[in-house]
Design a protein around this ligand. Structure first.
Ligand code: COA
Ligand code: AMP
Length: 627
């Protein structure tokens, strides 16, 4: 038996005692007597009678243990040309004062605060300041356009908003404040106050009566002690793409989250106090929440907030420079970032310039890592390359290989074995497990382990219908895949309209809603095309309304601009084609899967139910024309 199989078997034999043991990794104000209550919420609640504060667990307790001088956060910003090292004491002092500033604005336990900030330490401090007060934060990624920010503000109804004046992308400045102002015009909820963090690159115009300077408010505030909250109290809401244009507000609770992340730092990532973990992910995504901010700080490690790209800031050696300079033990990134490096430095000339001896493993998630990229980087690094499969909803890996437990074997293309806490099965449409090696709906047996979203924000019903209804007793991940003879899980793709563009989760349905809103469009479909760097990119096929006689190129340009304006640049919607008709079944269902195959140069089996097979030839010709 390996350490992994014995830990997994131990969890299976007695989940409550497994999680009770993991709960010892956390300092509780009231330790849990009851581990799980199956009677609350869509599938139950973890540690229902316990109390804690997450900010205390991330900061104060390490200082109390004598480690206040350890580095908590390294801010490495090639974009601003800055490097900052912040100790645990310094971080706690800033967080306590930012919490004081929020309190002065009347924000208290249970209120929501939307945070709209790029990769600056103040983003992490703001999250932790909310956690300190029992305030529920909701981060919004900077690549979204004002309507997406407005949708999140309307749903979360924040009492206050914390925003930066701008973000810095290579070659351009993203003025966040005008986007916030535009979002507030669109939202059907208005906050009582906004704290604006002015960056040197751009001074935002302040709205009198609403906006307050972040630093001035922090400086003037009294430091605030952590507020003890129920383990089940929400820590944050993180919106993610669902199958409609309306984003889903995944809720994360305080107690289960702290326990799950602390144990994953130990067993999965093998990182402990005083060691350096670097997740090169934006704080606006789940990976950023779990492994830039909360996970490393919960265990007293050092985390890196990197404001830069894998290539171009300044070159394809950027990641390896950070690893050498900060002695990174474990790194985490998305395969798309590696593909961007691979395209520019296939031979590894940049990589070999740096001393990577501190690095023990490279973790990948956010999308499937294609085997050629996994093998390429594994050979260059000569270290374990570990694909782990998870989602915003779970908040930590469903499957992985386990650095802290001796590794399960490296199988390029597979997501590894289930983490203790997850019973993963591939189910057929009737909800029965399919055999090993057969593709099915990847599902997790209920209850979900601690740390997974217990519900959607004020929407238990939405949670049940999105995840629990299809297969009673199971959580439907929305991914299709199989489990092989060894028990390794292979993720093959989504069963819904979600696509993964450069590691960013997007809904083609949401893009279709935007495209369909253009006055000249009769009908449309948005499908995913394979892309060498981004994995997938969206591609629109549109039919003009009868009688519209416009230059198709002009309509296409308008549609690209419209998706950028409504969803944001992150959608990377750059391809759209006007076609005479869309292929459909006789009952009127658009054959998106067939078009996707054509777009990706794969053979298409013409469905027997097709209304007119010649339409597929027209689509083929349209793709052949653009190459
Ligand atoms: N704020 C504002 N705009 C942003 C942004 C942000 N935080 N992040 C991306 N954008 C913009 C980009 O500037 C780009 O704009 P453009 O159309 O004007 O060029 C657009 O959104 C698309 O960005 P992206 O798809 O990220 O492409 P890119 O060419 O800028 O970078 C990669 C490609 C691979 C380097 C980058 O996508 C990457 O590092 N991805 C990793 C994703 C990740 O960490 N995911 C989390 C899961 S681990
Ligand atoms: P997100 O919620 O943005 O993290 O996206 C979650 C989705 O990304 C999953 O449901 C999968 O479709 C995909 N995904 C994430 N990690 C992996 C992985 N390691 N392998 C395959 N797909 C992945």
């Amino acid at each position: 038996m390996t350490a992994y199989t014995s830990l997994y078997a131990g969890w299976q034999a007695n989940p409550d005692s497994y999680w009770a043991e993991c709960a010892k990794l956390i300092d509780w104000d009231k330790a849990p007597d009851k581990i799980f209550d199956g009677a609350t919420g869509p599938y139950g609640a973890w540690f229902p009678d316990a109390k804690l504060n997450t900010s205390y667990n991330c900061l104060d307790r390490h200082i109390a243990a004598g480690h206040g001088d350890r580095i908590a956060i390294i801010w490495d910003s090639p974009m601003e040309g800055k490097l900052l090292k912040i100790t645990y004491t310094e971080a706690r002092d800033r967080v306590a004062k930012i919490a004081g500033a929020l309190r002065k604005l009347g924000v208290s336990k249970g209120d929501r605060v939307v945070i709209y900030m790029p990769m600056v330490p103040e983003a992490a401090f703001s999250m932790l300041a909310c956690a300190r007060l029992g305030v529920i934060h909701s981060m919004v990624f900077g690549g979204f356009a004002p309507p997406e920010l407005a949708a999140r503000i309307s749903d979360a109804k924040p009492k206050a908003i914390i925003a930066a004046s701008c973000g810095l992308e290579p070659g351009r400045l993203i003025a966040y404040k005008p986007m916030l102002d535009a979002a507030l015009e669109l939202a059907d909820h208005k906050p009582e106050a906004c704290l604006i963090f002015q960056r040197p690159a751009c001074q935002a115009q302040m709205t009198p009566g609403l906006d307050h300077d972040f630093i001035a408010a922090e400086t003037a505030a009294e430091p605030t002690d952590p507020v003890s909250v129920e383990a089940t109290h929400p820590l944050y809401i993180l919106y993610t793409s669902g199958t409609t244009g309306r984003p889903k507000g995944v809720v994360r609770d305080n107690g289960g989250h702290a326990v799950a992340l602390a144990q994953s730092m130990k067993t999965t990532y093998g990182v402990g106090a005083g060691e350096v973990m670097w997740a090169a992910a934006d704080v606006g995504w789940a990976v950023g929440h779990s492994y830039v901010v909360y996970g490393p700080l919960l265990v007293g490690a050092t985390t890196i907030i990197y404001e830069g790209k894998p290539v171009g800031t300044p070159d394809a050696g950027a990641f390896w420079r950070v690893i050498e300079q900060h002695k990174v033990k474990t790194m985490f990134t998305a395969p798309t970032a590696l593909r961007a490096i691979k395209q520019q430095d296939f031979a590894g000339d940049y990589l070999r310039k740096y001393d990577l001896s501190s690095l023990q493993a490279l973790f990948l998630a956010g999308e499937r890592c294609d085997p050629p990229t996994a093998v390429w980087i594994q050979k260059l690094l000569d270290k374990p390359v570990i694909d782990n499969w998870w989602q915003t909803e779970t908040g930590w890996p469903i499957t992985s290989r386990f650095l802290g437990l001796g590794l399960t074997p490296f199988k390029p293309g597979s997501g590894g074995r289930p983490s203790p806490g997850y019973d993963v099965q591939a189910l057929d449409e009737a909800g029965e497990p399919v055999g090993r090696g057969t593709v099915g709906n990847l599902c997790i047996r209920l209850p979900m382990p601690p740390g997974c979203g217990p519900t959607l924000w004020q929407n238990d019903e939405g949670y049940v219908s999105a995840y629990l209804k299809a297969f009673p007793g199971w959580y439907r991940t929305g991914d299709a895949g199989m489990i092989d003879e060894d028990g390794d899980v292979w993720i093959m793709g989504r069963t819904d309209d979600i696509i993964n563009v450069a590691g960013h989760r997007l809904s083609t349905g949401a893009m279709e809603e935007v495209v369909a809103s253009h006055k000249d469009i009769a009908e449309c479909a948005v499908i995913a095309r394979s892309d060498e760097v981004k994995g997938e990119i969206p591609c629109g096929l549109v039919v003009l309304k009868a009688g519209v006689e416009r230059d198709p190129k002009q309509v296409e340009a308008e549609l690209i601009a419209l998706v950028r304006e409504k969803i944001g640049p992150v959608a990377a919607f750059r391809e759209v084609m006007v076609v005479p008709r869309l292929p459909k079944t006789r009952s009127g269902k658009i054959l998106r899967a067939a078009m996707k195959k054509i777009a990706n140069g794969e053979p298409v089996t013409v469905p027997g139910t097709i209304e007119d097979a010649s339409v597929l030839d027209q689509i083929r010709e349209a793709f052949a024309a653009v190459g």
